[in-house]
Design a protein around this ligand. Structure first.
Ligand code: ADP
Length: 195
């Protein structure tokens, strides 16, 4: 059985996490942010070391361990009764993040819609990330070179990802709006997408 899924796409700082967390509070929606899954690893887990190494350079963690970790997280969420795949819509944020991951997950995801939180203003993204660095103590948000590299990786990976899923599924939403307006735009489209 495939998971009924909504994907949140957008550059680092575009607000995927903010929207994903709100959607995850609605009954029958389950939010999973891949970055949060990595950050919840205990320091003794060998993958935590790999995560710090790659994010410190603004790079993506290699696809195989990432997808494996994600699968384990989802299976575990099912086992403990937090995620009910038959009734719940899965809201994914931060995965799949490139074409290879999308192909790896193709057999398990029934993607109903993609909300592409898009932002042309590089400076506003950088400002959001630097604010987040202070609030959430994230090293990968603090360094300007690392941020630049992450945004570059994001730009390279996103086009092939969007064309893999095709234009019918993609809803472009202006992420420079206030979070409430972004949410309004997402909610305006979500019902039809998951029906
Ligand atoms: P952001 O979207 O702002 O980059 P995330 O919390 O989603 O923040 O991700 C933080 C970092 O974790 C990424 O820069 C990347 O190194 C790593 N990461 C998260 N998700 C993935 C993924 N699906 N594949 C590979 N690396 C990932």
């Amino acid at each position: 059985m495939k998971y009924k899924t909504i994907l949140l796409f957008g550059a680092p700082g575009a607000g995927k996490g903010t929207q994903g967390k709100i959607l995850g509070t609605i009954p029958h929606f389950f939010h999973c942010a891949c970055g949060d899954v990595f950050r919840s690893l205990s320091a003794s887990n060998p993958l935590a070391k790999i995560f710090i190494e790659y994010t410190g350079r603004g790079q993506l963690v290699p696809d195989e361990p990432t997808v494996k970790l994600w699968r384990n997280f989802i299976k575990n969420s099912e086992r403990v009764g937090r995620f009910h795949p038959k009734e719940d819509v899965l809201v994914l944020d931060g995965i799949p993040r490139n074409l290879h991951q999308a192909k790896m997950l193709d057999g398990v995801l029934d993607v109903r819609a993609i909300f592409f939180l898009h932002c042309k203003n590089f400076n506003s993204l950088v400002q959001r990330l630097q604010r987040r660095a202070l609030k959430e103590n994230r090293l990968d948000d603090a360094n300007l070179d690392v941020i630049r590299h992450r945004l570059k990786v994001y730009e390279q990976e996103t086009e092939p990802l969007l064309s893999f899923y095709g234009p019918k599924l993609v809803h472009r939403i202006d992420s420079t709006q206030s979070p409430t307006k972004v949410l309004r735009d997402v909610l305006g489209k979500i019902e039809k997408a998951i029906r």
